[in-house]
Design a protein around this ligand. Structure first.
Ligand code: ATP
Length: 195
């Protein structure tokens, strides 16, 4: 099975683009969504996160998001260690998921595809880009984040130029109708590569 990695910085429009591929019949695995589900359901992750952060990592059996966010916001090493707990489990889960897909290719969407080496397992990589100011604006409109919290996430992500260098396809996500055209074009190009 061909794996196409889909990445881009916070607010670039990864999920928006992923939804366009879904409309073309391509199965999408959203790593962040699956990671959150696994953080709830996996006893191993729960045990390892408690080892890392202490018992406050969970509250009444649920992940203590505010506590974890505060911890990793203040300590980059903890963020790396948290990813090291969660990422291998997501990888195993993805491998099981891929086995039941029946399409010419699948998309693996992750905000930190390059940063954690996951891109090496992809046959092709699509990076979604948008100017930083636009991305911040989009996130502020989407949820009740602050500029400061968006920037704190951005500093832990590679910049667009670095990602673009290692990508097979780049989608400039400005005007949505143009984005949809780029998606269709890339979909065709991938299909051509497969036949
Ligand atoms: P995150 O990194 O937080 O997961 P993301 O890269 O998946 O974000 P989206 O959630 O797809 O980004 O987009 C962020 C917000 O911007 C959403 O509310 C989405 O509807 C909006 N958005 C995405 N692309 C565009 C666009 N081209 N024009 C206007 N709004 C857009």
């Amino acid at each position: 099975m061909i794996i196409v990695g889909l990445t881009g910085g916070i607010g670039s429009g990864k999920t928006t683009v992923a939804n366009m591929f879904i409309e073309l019949g391509i199965p999408i695995y959203i790593a962040d969504v699956e990671a959150k589900k696994l953080m709830k359901s996996s006893k191993v992750i729960k045990r390892e996160l408690i080892q890392l952060f202490g018992t406050n990592a969970y509250s009444y059996g649920k992940i203590n998001k505010a506590f974890l966010a505060d911890k990793i916001f203040n300590d980059k090493d903890l963020l790396v260690e948290m990813n090291a707990v969660i990422h291998p489990k997501v990888k195993t889960h993805f491998k099981k998921w891929i086995k039941i897909q029946r399409s010419l290719y699948v998309i693996y969407e992750a905000a930190i595809l390059f940063e954690n080496g996951g891109y090496k397992e992809c046959n092709y990589i699509i990076t979604v880009t948008a100017p930083e100011t636009v991305r911040i604006q989009r996130i502020l409109q989407r949820d009740n984040s602050t500029k400061q919290s968006v920037r704190a996430i951005m500093v832990n992500q590679w910049n667009d130029a670095k990602k673009v260098k290692l990508s097979h396809f780049v989608i400039e996500n400005k005007e949505l109708s143009q984005t949809a055209k780029q998606v269709k074009n890339i979909h065709q190009k991938i299909l051509e590569k497969l036949t």
